[in-house]
Ligand binder design. Sequence first.
Ligand SMILES: [Mn+2]
Length: 434
Amino acid sequence: MKCKKIYVSGHRNPDVDSLTSACALADLRRHTMGGEVVVEALCPGNLPAKAEWVFNHFGITPPIQKNDVYIKVIDIVATDIVPLSADIPLIEALRKLEASGESSLPVISRTGKYLGDLQPLKLLHFFIEGKDLQTPVGEVPLGETLVLNSSDRVHDVKGHAIRSSQNHFSVLDESGQFCGTVLKRSFAEKPPYRMILVDHNETDQGILGLEELPVIEVVDHHRISFSPTIEPIRYTADIVGSTCTLVTKMYRASGLRPSKQIAGVLLAGVVADTLLFQSPTTTETDRIAAAWLEKICGETAQSLMDGMMSIPSPMMSMTPEAALESDRKLYTESGFKFSLSQIEESNFLYFHHQLHAFEDSLSELINRKGLDFAGLLITDPVRGDSEFLYKGEEGVKRSLPWRRNANGTFSLPGVLSRKKQLLPQVLSALSSLR
Ligand SMILES: [Mn+2]
């Protein structure tokens, strides 16, 4: 099927880097791909308050909130089959049927309601009785065929449809209105949407339904856990502090200059992910990219950091459940399924006051998602330290390398990055258990 739309999406529970890089890369691809295809940046989940501030500040519409990209029947509807209107005489309808080369054609009322399919076999009795060929086709016996609902997932109806003897299926909306037809061969074709991933490459972390769409590009700065592809794809990965740094480099390489607004949101992404160049993930490349973006957007990295830090942290403004969800990633590794959330909070006292509530929420999360364990990294971006709260499998807990505090949390001095500091140590603890 012809590609109608390309989605650009960061990981679920998106953070500032994920959203701003999606927004900017969508903008870049609109320029490099020409105007033919629609490129749409997505926000798979809630827009975090900090990201909302960034997009407002630069006067840009944030990525569209969408929880899944499952392909629906309506997405693959074709207009190849022209339905018969119920008013025309049977003889005329039969001629149209013959000319179409199909074995049946849908009949729709004047108001667009689907009435059934004109099928010659169904008419035998009608002819035997010697009925008039001038009878409107809407009044003759029509065949009942397999019809599809426009909102059905293709995944759910595909098997049934492929096994049926029909070559096409009428598609109806909730009120029975005819929306078009799906051709049987469409089920074997590529869907009309493509996917570009930013700031992640693991299907587990991506928007729901991601596995149904061909990924044509990845721009990322995380470990690679991407599945083999059928066709060549564009893959940009590097060890830098922010995906926005990579998108900035791509702008420069293409000879295009981002608008003031796009440069602004890119700079915010670099600042947010490197915690104003304090995170150990920061590289010279991030600083060079930021300096270039500062010139274009006319603001400093520091002023954007101040702006974002003025937004209350999830811990102060959300319930423990919501705070855990605000930046949570799911992993399956060494036979363990686990989740690691991260929250920035410059005052650990807020966290200590709610410790039991967070422990309960982690336990609830483990039950709900069938996990082996779940952890929460609380990071103080100002002092550059973290604490880690762990729930779940005791063997894993014992193999974690950090000092335990009296309140049961782990102390991780100098740790700012889940990706570069927390995850590798968790993974090495897990592999030591095998
Ligand atoms: Mn990132």
